[in-house]
Ligand binder design. Structure first.
Ligand code: HEC
Length: 160
């Protein structure tokens, strides 16, 4: 009898847990720490347009306060991302700036900036990947993509 009651209880717990699991919203991304839901695409493979849409939201939330909504920056304070010659170094360089921050003198499009960008390594790998991809493919920039896996590899090399 005790045994039977225990089994009933276990079954109840399993059913309750299953019900709770169903009510959870779909996980935004495979990577912990991502803040904007990835579009549901079943296969897990996303088009550049989907990544751009998600990256644009992340850009608005995490970068636009300084680099401005259309990436033009603020003369003397925040360098531009739109048409920035810094991006010619490719998406890995932008990934590096987000993971490690940047400080000290840099020249962007012939203008010297000597300020501090805080590192934003609290962003998940998928978030960094999509926001870098967004920046690389916006405002006439040279293009290029970075994957969450590449961000993860770069992160493990990042200076803590
Ligand atoms: C708090 C303000 C601030 C935020 C937020 C910020 N940046 Fe920056 N960013 C800066 C500053 C200041 C520099 C220049 C640092 C220096 O002078 O060495 C910079 C430099 C850069 C550079 C290299 C120079 C250039 O303009 O190409 C890139 C790329 C960049 N930021 C990308 C980003 C991205 C992408 C985000 C969002 C994930 C972001 N930044 C968020 C302030 C910010």
């Amino acid at each position: 009898m005790g045994q039977h009651r225990y089994m009933l209880l276990s079954a109840f717990i399993v059913v309750t847990l299953a019900a709770c699991a169903k009510e959870e919203p779909a996980a935004p991304d495979q990577t912990a720490g991502n803040t904007v839901a990835a579009p549901a695409d079943g296969a897990g493979v996303r088009t550049l347009a989907q990544r751009m849409a998600r990256g644009g939201k992340l850009y608005a939330a995490h970068c636009a306060a300084c680099h401005q909504a259309s990436g033009q920056g603020l003369a003397g304070a925040f360098p531009p991302l739109a048409g920035s010659d810094y991006l010619e170094a490719g998406p890995a360089a932008v990934t590096d700036v987000i993971l490690n921050g940047l400080k000290g003198p840099i020249t962007v499009n012939g203008m010297v900036y000597n300020s501090v960008m805080p590192n934003m390594s609290y962003l998940g790998d998928g978030d960094v990947a999509d926001v870098v991809t967004f920046v690389m493919n916006s405002w006439g920039n040279p293009g290029g993509e970075v994957s969450a896996g590449e961000v993860s590899a770069a992160r493990s090399k990042a200076v803590p």
